[in-house]
Ligand binder design. Structure first.
Ligand code: MG
Length: 234
């Protein structure tokens, strides 16, 4: 398969969930919504769970139900709540990841596709020691002014549009299972990053499933620098 574009989710995909960074980050994010909606943390978690069922994403629910949302305010809140030391405490430079990204065929466009704000994306990449210039673009919450986020189909349509690469030549990588079907429905190939990959059942909607993003080296056609091995296509 000749891929011409790859979309990488950021959180818990480019770094492993065992870093516990997202666990540390989420309460700080929640604080913003709690203050906005004047709700207790119990109410927040109940709304988050309900929104996940309705929209496939808790964030999406809060975006929809916060009509006066100022995205800059949200980004600033996060930027102030999470210090550079926090980023460095949880995320370590990952030379292997930087090497893998830089070895991907230069003809294949690479994008970050994240529901997080752009500032968080840049700070995370810096802490991981990944040069943001290795990517052709960053599609973030800011791209859509906070109106759309994965798994909204608009996000995937935007990926195709901005890259000029048709969906069937895309590889989309995410740890959140709910974010994969809309990509698949558009014709993209999908990679589910799951720490338990290989131990459980794989749904037929996923093209590949790996425990870590580094295992994309097993996918044929992404880099001439990588040895051909048997891949886990399903
Ligand atoms: Mg993620």
């Amino acid at each position: 398969m000749a891929y011409r574009a790859i979309g990488f989710d950021l959180d818990n995909t480019l770094y492993h969930p065992e870093t516990k960074f997202l666990d540390a980050l989420l309460p700080k994010l929640f604080g913003f919504w709690q203050e906005k909606h004047k709700i207790s943390s119990e109410e927040f978690y109940a709304m988050d769970r309900a929104y996940k069922k309705i929209y496939g994403s808790g964030l999406k629910g809060f975006l929809v139900h916060t009509p006066d949302l100022d995205l800059r305010e949200f980004s600033l809140h996060l930027a102030h709540q999470v210090s550079d030391d926090d980023y460095r405490q949880y995320l370590r430079p990952d030379g292997e990841l930087q090497k893998i990204l830089s070895e991907i065929d230069p003809h294949i466009k690479k994008y970050i596709v994240t529901n997080a704000p752009l500032t968080h994306t840049h700070r995370s990449l810096a802490a991981l020691g990944v040069d943001h210039r290795v990517f052709d673009g960053i599609i973030s919450l800011d791209t859509f002014g906070g109106k759309f986020c994965k798994p909204d189909p608009e996000v995937y349509q935007h990926m195709v549009q901005v890259s000029g690469v048709p969906a069937h030549e895309w590889l989309f990588i995410d740890d959140t299972l709910e974010n994969l079907p809309p990509a698949q429905q558009l014709g993209m190939h999908t990679v589910h990053i799951s720490p338990t990959a290989g131990t459980g059942e794989i749904t037929r909607d996923i093209t590949y499933q790996f425990p870590r993003v580094h295992h994309i080296k097993k996918i044929h056609g992404l880099s001439k620098a990588w040895p051909l091995t048997t891949h886990n296509s399903v």
